[in-house]
Design a protein around this ligand. Sequence first.
Ligand code: CU
Length: 106
Amino acid sequence: MRAIWTGAALVVTLTSGLCFAAATEIDQVGQKFSQTALTVGKGDAVHFVNHDDVTHNINVIDEDDNATDKGLQKPGEAIDQMFDKAGKFMIRCSIHPKMKMTIAVK
Ligand SMILES: [Cu+2]
């Protein structure tokens, strides 16, 4: 009986731990990001969801022009990016050059 309760407490702890991580959802629809500028806190995650019927891609570019390619993102797929460093970041889709937004991390 004790083992069962310990297991239940562990599940509750893990679940509530996940809820504390702030995540903002950005939709990709009509080959655009749903917001062109966003401010998040250091350590926050952004959840990009492809609501288009075409493949997208997420490139995270920092102020020094270092790009992190998050790979291809098929219709319906989501990509999460955690921002653990303060600064300004450009988000671009390498397939659709007009698709871009900025994220400020404070
Ligand atoms: Cu795209």
